[in-house]
Design a protein around this ligand. Structure first.
Ligand SMILES: [Zn+2]
Ligand SMILES: [Zn+2]
Length: 332
């Protein structure tokens, strides 16, 4: 028994009468961030960090009852104090702190410790029990400096232009795509974005995130900018249609999975850029240490290796069962 428990609906706080990132409908849902494996529709009321309200509404529908709370602001729910703290994962992403009778839990959601111009930086929060994700919870995952990756991406774009090829970058439509776009130099050439990515831009703009000018990756725009443009599209986009309209292309994936060769469908791309919105092995360890938690519950990813590693370091650690939605590759 503990302050939070996994039920058939998701992570539940009985004392506070709420769920965190529930996978079934509930009365009161606290949401770490708007990705589909954390934010499901149909619940009665939602609470999330204020900068994340409009992207969550875009995902769950306009009629959804969503309330925003500022980072750090405390709210008492049936005697349980909750607050949201930056997770550095994407716009509005939060770790959720839950305090009851002197006991403190923090649920990380997804997080990264690297800088990202499109969201608030990860903030370590002291707690007794830390529920951590482990998407990249193996020592083989080590991210390069994000600025160096963005430099490589610009070099690749220029090289493609010289060869008369359109550059197509596949990146997750919420979070990764905007993170890349915000760092692109619009003076290099035209930038086109897939409609799924474009739909999110006004929500970022309203929160003060600035982007270079873009056009929609529609057929006529692709034709008009062929050989010069950089196109950002979600991994699930029909690349054959893009390629037909753009002519000669070079394709790339931007993902943490690019750190390891041979990850299934990424293999077909000409180029891989190692850029993740999750913590790498060192980031996970730094974040866990910074919480000062004596107990760590590991979820979402390489749970077993991370639990074993933490136990060897003298921490109390266990896996926390959650439901996966979609493939591992799609969650990054
Ligand atoms: Zn996520
Ligand atoms: Zn996730």
């Amino acid at each position: 028994m503990g302050l939070l428990q996994v039920t058939d609906r998701g992570l539940h706080c009985a004392a506070g009468n709420f769920h965190i990132d529930p996978w079934k409908t509930v009365e009161r849902a606290l949401i770490t961030h708007a990705h589909a494996d954390h934010a499901r529709g149909g619940s009665k009321r939602y609470l999330c960090a204020a900068p994340g309200v409009s992207v969550l509404r875009e995902r769950l529908g306009r009629e959804t009852s969503i309330e925003g709370i500022s980072y750090g602001e405390r709210r008492v729910m049936d005697g349980v104090t909750v607050s949201f703290h930056p997770a550095g994962h994407l716009l509005g992403a939060a770790q959720i702190r839950v305090e009851h009778r002197g006991e403190v839990w923090v649920v990380s959601g997804d997080y990264k410790t690297q800088p990202d111009p499109t969201c608030a930086t990860f903030e370590p929060v002291k707690c007794d029990t830390f529920v951590t994700e482990s998407t990249f919870g193996l020592p083989i995952y080590r991210w390069p400096e994000p600025a160096a990756v963005i430099r490589e991406l610009h070099e690749w774009w220029s090289t493609n232009q010289q060869a008369g090829r359109t550059s197509i970058v596949f990146a997750y439509s919420l979070g990764k795509a905007q993170r890349i776009l915000a760092q692109l130099d619009g003076s290099v050439g035209p930038i086109l974005v897939h409609p799924a990515i474009a739909a999110m831009l006004p929500h970022y703009g309203a929160e003060g995130v600035r982007f270079p000018p873009t056009d929609n990756a529609a057929k006529d725009n692709l034709r008009a900018t062929a050989g010069r443009a950089l196109v950002i599209a979600p991994p699930a986009a029909d690349d054959s249609a893009l390629v037909r309209a753009a002519g000669e292309v070079s394709t790339a994936f931007a993902s943490g999975w690019m750190a390891v060769r041979g990850t299934r469908r990424w293999r077909a791309a000409d180029r891989g850029f190692v850029m993740s919105d999750h913590a790498d092995w060192a980031g996970l360890n730094d974040a866990i240490t910074a919480t000062g938690a004596g107990r760590v519950l590991v979820t979402h990813g390489y749970t077993k290796p991370l639990v074993r590693w933490l136990r060897e370091r003298g921490l109390e650690a266990d896996e926390l069962a959650t439901q996966f939605v979609g493939e591992r590759e799609d969650r990054e």
